[in-house]
Design a protein around this ligand. Sequence first.
Ligand SMILES: [Fe+2]
Length: 634
Amino acid sequence: MTAPSTNASSATTHPQKKDGIWILGISGYYHDSAACIIQDGHIIVAAQEERFSRKKHDARFPFHAITCCLQEANITLSDVETIAFYEKPFLKFERLLETYLSFAPKGLLSFWQAMPVWLKEKLFLKNRLTKELGKFGPLQGHGPLPPLSFSEHHESHAASAFYPSPYERAAILCMDGVGEWATTSVWTGNNHSITPLWEIPFPHSLGLLYSAFTYYTGFKVNSGEYKVMGLAPYGQPKYTKHIKDHLIDIKPDGTFRLNMEYFNFCTGLTMTNHKFDKLFGGPPRTPESTLTQREMDLARSVQEVTEEIMLQIGETIHRETGMEYLCMAGGVALNCVGNGRLLREGPFKGIWIQPAAGDAGGAVGAALQAYHHMLGHPRTCHAPHDSMRGSYLGPAFSNEAIEQFLGTVDASYTRYADDDFFETVAKALAEGKIVGWFQGRMEFGPRALGGRSILGDPRNPTMQSVMNLKIKHRESFRPFAPAVLRERVAEYFELDTDSPYMLLVAPVVKHRRIPQAPHSENLWGIELLNQARSDIPAVTHLDYSARVQTVHEDTNPRYYRLLQTFEKHTGCAVLVNTSFNVRGEPIVCSPEDAYRCFMRTEMDLLVLENCVLIKSDQKAWEEETDWKQEFTLD
Ligand SMILES: [Fe+2]
């Protein structure tokens, strides 16, 4: 890996520059555009563009996210030392060009479709970024744009995994679809530097193998991968051997090569080809058609292969680096089932995973790499705490701003003082009400963590299907995640470590499980879902696993207090937590987004900071068009 390049010629300091070294990090133009601002190496604010534009996985220039970041940090671009972009467009272009050439004349159609976009927009990214950034402050008579710097894609992932982690030294594993060339990269992190060790280049990619099965099972690539993971426990690993015999050659050290005869992503517009269809006995599932046991078996099989590789590579990295701790980022690091196994069965004492493990997190990584590597500043490690602030890095709204908004829509609400507030909401949850919970700063990364969440009672056996079908309007097989008081986690799950970002899956403890009735053996696929599997059935998956979020008093005191009050009333220190949105919609950002989502669905209560709205008290909700058409299904 090379050092980030910098355009030093345009470096000019604004006369009234704010104290501190401010860096703006940007990711974008592929998927999940995002921006962040760091001050003296501390992450101040970070947000994804989709939350503002209301277009899921929005890949456009993150204009709104940058605007939000500048506002939250209370600076203008003229205060910024450097603007760090998360990948190097020329290297990416080189990879595209070489790939097309090595497969030519195959892939000509895809080549001709991609080239105009590349030539017009991506290859001249620096010019384009300069033009877009010109819309912000410094150009209004306050001097030139701060210099731009560029990190490689995996360098940004690795930086986002290590620098905010609670470790002084650690091994780093990045796995995703692809950036420029690398699809898997291994690094070591030491105080304020990261050093590359080795990488696996495109087209050999675990992320793309998983995406190929996402496509083949009828889900959306770069979005539906976690559905495949959720579907896996319903299936049998019938195709694992097939995958290993034909699609991927896994070496004893966990490194791998794909057999490109079965894939289409280098040359075509799809992930898989006819040979792949033949191997698995038919064409890809049509999106939104009925799921069958075959898709479940395929999901289970590719999940098993993924876990095997993660475990083997984990062993290799541990042996090669001698490091006790591991940091992870890249889209594959969102595979929390694999992460959970790596933690339980792997050689590391601890694992820290960047909560924005996908490309949005690249904005944070690029900014931190510019600060530590390019500018040479030291890093302060705050072990045992990480420096992501619970990932509550987005905008917040005061009670006053919320009340002002509620007045504009003529909403009926009560603003409670804190003590009454927590009692009211906890009691509603205990009565089986479903609560839209909006408070504090918005989460950065794909998970809702109690800032923009929908909450429910996990003891309620119908909660999972009600939330899925009436609130989220999504497939009924999808599991929900438990949020649990950190101090109580081991009483519910076979886990006694921090998992604040919902990136570890762990089994429900044995004494809470409910043995399955003999007749359940005759049930099939999704029918199995309706069988309660523990005393917290709404968050217990088919295999007794749960995607655990530990809730911490220091990072989210109000969420923590709600759980405490709920426990006081019910004896249960767990809540169901799912993201505050409907299917296909980005997680809500503003009070307006939350109110709209509340009114469109069958949520019972909406909490906006201390203001509580009861659905039955609101006037009828009418829209001229069918709002479900607004969001492309994910
Ligand atoms: Fe990536």
